[in-house]
Design a protein around this ligand. Sequence first.
Ligand code: SF4
Length: 74
Amino acid sequence: MAITKVWLDESDNECTMCGACEAVCDAVFEVPEKVVIKEGVDFAANEAEIKEAADGCPVGVIAYAVDGSDKRAN
Ligand code: SF4
């Protein structure tokens, strides 16, 4: 399955601006204040790093969906 959407899901917690996701995958994640998901990025080409960043987010706010779905897959 290929990641086709990545977003910030703060329904339970807020991004703490720790910068861990940017350290893992700066092609996709940028943390100037709160994390920004860059536009126009090939998520499938950064899939392993997106999953690592999502798994490593201390508050679990990095969400991704696969295969064109809008439903959170992680
Ligand atoms: S790893 Fe999570 S809490 Fe840290 S900056 Fe990224 S989204 Fe925010």
